[in-house]
Design a protein around this ligand. Structure first.
Ligand code: FE2
Ligand code: FE2
Length: 416
């Protein structure tokens, strides 16, 4: 595989940029796009680590990270759930690049000219024992020329894997690349925003269905799937593809609630049997929204919408669909076990876990030990035992996701 030391002229660099951009355009989810961007630019520049920050008002929000020294290929990347922002000003390296809109190449982070306005932040190195040397930072600009974020590459290596400055033509490649990458990033942000808008519609009906809730369910589902797939020895390419889709599709699990009336969803008293039968139809209404799938994402969204209240034991709902358009919809035998698509079995656990772990007006959040005990008890009855096993294996990641998307974010997500 080529890297920038071998790709010498502009035409070849452009060809590389185009081929990476084509691959980016196939992806739906923002995290999957950021992951792919870092993978490709690090491959070409032989960088040990890389970080992407996205601009949010006057700040740069830490959005994605890779670090070969600390992470094995294919493993779950916990570090992406770290939550912090850096102000856009000239006092930090990334802030400087976002402010000036110009790339910056540093050969030795510990030997900066003291007259420069920014300083290298040693916190990460001091905490982890990592030794940062070369840093290449490039702005990501939108088609209107606004800075949408910053890509930072750390510690280039030579062919023998020894630390080295970034190759001469990194600047040309990264500048060309950052512009096309911004299109993919903008598209993914737009997709997420459209989804959040659909969720806000559902939220108007059911106040429990909030932006943070669906982000958490999306994150839990993506990582439970990743662990399940690692346990099963699924091909890494297939893992990436499914993980890209499940995070987005899981967010839409309850979007069918738009079809249920306020009178029922907001009723403070216990629902009657007839009313509960109507609530159950949100699974069917969700599936109706994706009835004519035009993409793998639609197909998966439909599987999740209709299947996320099925139970492994066959005692969930709505069961096998005979005619979802008839009134009321006609259902057949209950679905059980592997008849329920894997992605729906995963979201079933992610959604129930999030409901138990969140405060509601009628209850305090349950402590983790109590939830884990219930989940284990329900393994093999409500939940797929293999899904439960994967969930328990990555419980530390689950906790990070929960901390990242707290309900405090809700204010931010409301229109200003
Ligand atoms: Fe639901
Ligand atoms: Fe939900």
């Amino acid at each position: 595989m080529l890297d920038l030391n071998q790709v010498s002229n502009a035409a070849k660099i452009l060809a590389e940029v185009i081929s990476i951009t084509e691959q980016l355009n196939m992806l739906k989810d923002l995290d999957a796009i950021l992951d792919r961007i870092l993978m490709e630019v690090r491959r070409l520049t032989r960088a040990d680590a890389g970080t992407i920050f996205l601009a949010e008002e006057d700040n740069l929000k830490f959005s994605y990270v890779h670090n070969d020294t600390f992470m094995k290929v294919g493993e779950i990347n916990k570090d992406i759930y770290t939550n912090f922002t850096i102000p856009i000003n000239k006092s930090s390296i990334v802030g400087y690049v976002a402010t000036t809109g110009e790339p910056l190449n540093i050969d030795d982070a510990y030997n900066l000219d003291p007259s420069l306005p920014f300083q290298f932040n040693k916190n990460f190195d001091e905490k982890t024992g990592y030794k940062t040397k070369s840093i290449f930072t490039v702005p990501v600009k939108t088609s209107q020329g606004e800075v949408a974020g910053v890509i930072q590459l750390i510690n280039a290596k030579d062919a023998e894997g020894r630390p080295a400055p970034f190759p001469q033509n990194t600047r040309m490649f990264m500048s060309m690349f950052a512009n096309t990458a911004s299109v993919a990033i903008e598209r993914a942000i737009m997709t997420r925003e459209l989804i959040l808008r659909m969720i806000r519609m559902a939220e108007m009906r059911d106040p429990a269905e909030t932006g943070p809730h669906v982000h958490r369910v999306g994150g839990y589902s993506a990582e439970i799937y990743h662990q399940w797939a690692l346990n099963k020895g699924v091909d890494p390419k297939e893992i990436k593809k499914t993980k890209d889709l499940i995070r987005v599709a899981a967010m839409l699990h309850d979007v069918g609630k738009v079809g249920i009336s306020d009178k029922i969803l907001k009723k403070p008293e216990k629902l009657t049997d007839e009313e509960f039968a109507i609530v159950k139809l949100h699974t069917v209404y969700g599936a109706q929204l994706f009835a004519k799938p035009t993409s793998d994402l639609d197909t998966m969204s439909r599987e999740i919408a209709i299947g996320h209240h099925e139970k492994w034991s066959g005692k969930g709902y709505p069961g096998l669909m005979i005619d979802m358009w008839s009134k009321p919809p006609q259902v057949g035998a209950p679905k059980r076990g592997v008849d329920i698509p894997l992605v729906a079995r995963i979201v079933a656990l992610a959604d129930v876990f999030d409901a138990l772990t969140s405060p509601r007006c009628y209850k305090e959040p349950w402590p983790d030990e109590k939830i884990i005990a219930v989940v284990k008890e329900e393994s093999g009855s409500h939940f797929d035992p293999e899904v439960v096993e994967s969930f328990l294996e990555i419980f530390d990641v689950i906790q990070l996701i929960r901390a990242k998307y707290t309900d405090a974010l809700r204010e931010e997500e409301k229109p200003k």
